[in-house]
Design a protein around this ligand. Structure first.
Ligand code: C2O
Ligand code: CU
Ligand code: CU
Length: 490
């Protein structure tokens, strides 16, 4: 947020700029530090889960305003890429070239970033590459990466949070022959789940108006939607399902679990399958992260119900205090299929630490509360190494085809930061402090990693695409506040 916008938010005109520092410091302590996630309102879990249509190359995407029913019984203003909130699911074979003609039907700048796709920088949807209102752009690239689930969303600097919140996001699935051989649940037994928290006005339209406190902690909603519908219901057959989950929320972290306390199996993460399945009872999923799950309904009887829910978690002062339901599954058919867990998963060779030519350290624990704030520089209460985003400045220069270790240090911080790097898939080397160690879903290709307060997380990656990219916190209010830097690969 820019200084004068900040002041406007507080109700001061530009005439009082001279005295603003005093006012700001007093105000921030009150509104920033005490902000917490709003409590989730209970839904009724009767709306059938919407499944976005699936298309391939050639699909026209048109960002525009439309009316949709997010909350059952109400219809209000949202944004979407097609005929509904969100966008179609794009499904592409590894190795193929995709063309996606995009039109900006909004009255403001937008673009598309392909989060998790390893594509050239001129197609990546960098904040420099805006498509003006009414204009079009042809996104075209070749898919050269393992099977997995990426996603797409706008990336205008200082407006990403609002556009994503209003409904601009979609799923991008990469398939491969190697994955096909695993015979995972497919068709109606494979469900993409985009989990997002929202706030609606009395008519049912989405409302995005973060207060200063919500710029601090991120904008969180009081209803939970899956694929754009609040508190949905999915009827299932008593058998194994593949749930492909995206946390598409601006700031909310979910501690995913099943209401009957059953375990479930993680088979993949952001950038593809794990080398071996990981069975868990819960899983912390931060904004931007994806997880590929196998959930077994085969032992359930007809009409049995189970909820996907979020359990309480610790580590963040601003959220995690409430457990709430996300969506309901009801068994309505007996299953016949005998699912066989694949014996061999795709090999994900670890990148040896010895191949890294250097280590870069990023202090992400500096915020107003962390003592790193400099008075008189109001843009950016969230920063990386004390810097906030400048479009024309290259913050890090990386050699093409080199391997590096990046360390995100939140040891002095008091807020969770899901850190995301464009243009690469990385491997998580380790986590010190906080939760320590690696989460099960971090044992594979990642592009977004949650760094909780007190944690230092190291990742390793090879830079295989030249050009200018960004890396940033995927708490979208933090990102819009400037917690984003440029790096150039050449
Ligand atoms: Cu999903 Cu740069 O973001
Ligand atoms: Cu991205
Ligand atoms: Cu952050």
């Amino acid at each position: 947020m820019k200084r004068n916008e900040f002041l406007k938010t507080l109700g001061f005109g530009s005439a009082v700029l001279g005295m603003s520092e005093v006012l700001l410091s007093g105000c921030m302590d009150m509104s920033g530090m005490d902000a917490v996630a709003p409590e989730i309102r209970l839904g009724d879990f009767t709306t059938p889960l919407p499944i976005p249509p699936t298309f391939g190359s050639g699909t026209a995407l048109n960002a525009h305003n439309l009316d949709a029913s997010v909350l059952a019984g109400k219809v209000g203003g949202v944004m979407g890429y097609g005929n509904s909130i969100l966008g179609p699911t794009i499904r592409i074979q590894q190795g193929s070239t995709v063309t996606l003609p995009f039109t900006n039907g909004l009255s403001e700048d937008t673009n598309i970033h392909w989060h998790g796709l390893l594509i050239p920088s001129n197609m990546d949807g960098h904040p420099d590459q805006m498509v003006k209102a009414g204009k079009s752009f042809n996104y075209s690239f070749t898919i050269d990466q393992p099977a997995g689930m990426a996603w797409y969303h706008p990336h205008p600097h200082m407006n990403t949070g609002r556009q994503v919140f209003m409904g601009l996001a979609g799923i991008f699935i990469v398939e491969s022959p190697e994955e096909k051989k695993l015979n995972l649940p497919a068709g109606e037994f494979e469900l993409p789940l985009v989990i997002q928290d929202k706030r609606v006005d009395s008519k049912g339209g989405l409302v995005y108006n973060p207060s200063m406190g919500e710029v601090m902690i991120g904008y969180m909603g009081d209803i939970i939607t899956v694929n754009g519908a609040s508190a949905p219901l999915q009827k299932v057959t008593a058998r194994m399902y593949r749930l492909r989950v995206l946390n598409g929320s601006n700031a909310r972290i979910y501690n995913l679990a099943l209401s009957n306390d059953s375990s479930f199996t993680i088979i993949g993460s952001d950038g593809g399958m794990l080398t071996s399945p990981e069975t868990v009872k819960s899983l912390l999923l931060a904004p931007g992260e994806r997880v590929d799950l196998l959930v077994d309904f085969s032992t359930m009887a007809q009409r049995d119900e189970v909820y996907l829910q979020s359990n309480v978690f610790t580590g963040a002062d601003s959220q995690g205090k409430q457990s709430f339901r996300i969506m309901k599954f009801v068994v309505d058919k007996t299953g016949t299929e005998r699912f066989q867990m694949p014996g061999v998963f795709p090999n994900v060779p670890s990148i040896p630490m010895s191949s890294a030519s250097r280590t870069r350290k990023f202090d992400i624990g500096v915020s107003m509360g962390g003592g790193g704030h400099k008075m008189g520089k109001m843009k950016g209460m969230h920063s990386i190494n004390g810097k906030t985003y400048e479009s024309g400045r290259i913050d890090e220069s990386v050699m093409l085809n080199s391997t590096e270790i990046w360390e995100f240090d939140n040891s002095k911080g008091d807020e969770p930061h899901p850190m995301h790097i464009h243009g690469v898939s990385f491997q998580v080397l380790g986590r010190v402090g906080g939760r320590g160690g690696l989460s099960p879903h971090e044992k594979g290709w990642k592009d977004t990693v949650l760094v909780m307060p007190k944690e230092v997380v190291r990742v390793i990656m090879r830079f295989q695409h030249a050009g200018k990219f960004v890396f940033h916190c995927h708490n979208l209010e933090h990102e819009d506040d400037g917690m984003m830097l440029n790096f150039e690969v050449k």
